[in-house]
Design a protein around this ligand. Sequence first.
Ligand SMILES: [Zn+2]
Length: 364
Amino acid sequence: MFEIGYKCMECGRETLQREPLYKCSKCGGALEVMYDYERIRANFVPMQFRYMPPTHMKYYFALPLKAPHNAVTIGEGGTPLINIGGNVYVKFEGVNPTGSFKDRGSSVEISKAVEFRKKTVVCASTGNMGASISAYAARAGLRAVIFTPEFAERIKLKQMKYYGAEVKVSGKTYSEALRASVEYAKKRDAYLTGDYPYRLEGQKTVAYEIADQMNFEAPDNIVIPVGNGTLFYATYKAFNEMKALGIVDNIPKLIAVQAEGCRPIVDAMKSGRLVPAKNPETIAGAINCDDPVEGAGVLKAIKKTGGRAVAVSDDEMIAAKRELAQKGVYAEISSAAAYAGYKKLKLKGKSVIIITGIGFKDEY
Ligand SMILES: [Zn+2]
């Protein structure tokens, strides 16, 4: 409703277009959606906003949909923010309709597919995103084709198939599956979904909710597991928007957690150069992304917020999963990684850890 075009995260080129775009036409960099913040501010009613319960579509003003009736929703968002002792909270995204945070992004992507009158959607996924896209495509009556790398958990493939998706196992790494999905989209005129600008917009609502649930006082740290980095950059973008709109005063430090066996962001923070991980291997399939799509955005968000990046071992993730479960939070292993990272860094102040998926999502 208020979006005006795209901006490249790498070279800054702006394109005033409201059609789906995936990459910068000049440098190939990742894009983000730009809004007319003046118009949002003019239409924003703070008091009314404050007394609405937090749900994904409450933050509609910051989503790129043309009209509310186009929204494809299964009641995503409105997830609990749970205090697990002292100043530490978990935002439990595992209770979304398909069991992961991906539903916020899928809701927006599939709504856009409906707006652009597409019949088939295609996606590359390590599992969670594919399951989520499959569910929202089913809901909208669209056909879904999902490309997964060989390491994708069987349980997630089963979930996609129940929703009626066509699943194609393609390649050893996420990058290989991704290439296959892009080719398929080109050849078949299918709508390409994944870690692209519209998904990023949908993922922002988790950050709006966190601020909302903390009475619009931003926490000191937000700890996020990083695969492709879309949730990470979306959180950064959302807090910047909220600051620009006068909803919050501060932007939290953003902390990226990766697996020891797949740590391109952690290495780039040390070397200053982002290169794909070689022979990535970890039990945390959902963050096993050798060449993060939003890598440049993640590095920018860490630097601009004074955040950090840390890697944790598979054993540390399992210990963290056990500890979270003792507090009543059953987390997917790649989400438990975020808690392991929080503990490893011994963070001070009010911290929110985003638990991106539920524990039933893998076998660890
Ligand atoms: Zn560019």
